[in-house]
Design a binder for this molecule. Structure first.
Ligand code: ZN
Length: 78
C-alpha cells in the first residue's frame, strides 16, 4: 500500500484492491507473451514492469520503477 501526492493536490492511494488509481500497462508484445504463457501453464499474470498511477481528478499519469518516480505526464490544454 502506498500514497502519492498529485501535483493538483489530490492524494492518490492504492490501499483499495481493486482501485481506480493503478493502471496495468503492458506493451502489446508483453501482453501476447503473458497471455500465451498463462494460457499454456495456467500461471497468474505477473505485475507489469512499471507501476502506473492516474489521478482521477486531473488525469496526470505517474510512472514508477519500484518506488522511484521515473516519468510523469499531464494533459495538454489546447
Ligand atoms: Zn491530480
Amino acid at each position: 500500500m502506498a500514497k502519492y501526492g498529485c501535483k493538483c493536490g489530490k492524494t492518490l492511494s492504492n490501499s483499495l484492491c481493486p482501485n481506480d488509481i493503478q493502471l496495468k500497462v503492458f506493451t502489446d508484445k508483453q501482453w501476447e507473451q503473458l497471455y500465451e504463457k498463462s494460457f499454456i501453464t495456467g500461471d497468474d499474470f505477473p505485475d507489469p514492469e512499471y507501476d502506473v498511477w492516474r489521478c482521477p481528478d486531473c488525469k496526470r499519469i505517474y510512472v514508477f520503477d519500484g518506488t522511484r518516480l521515473i516519468m510523469q505526464y499531464v494533459l495538454e490544454t489546447d
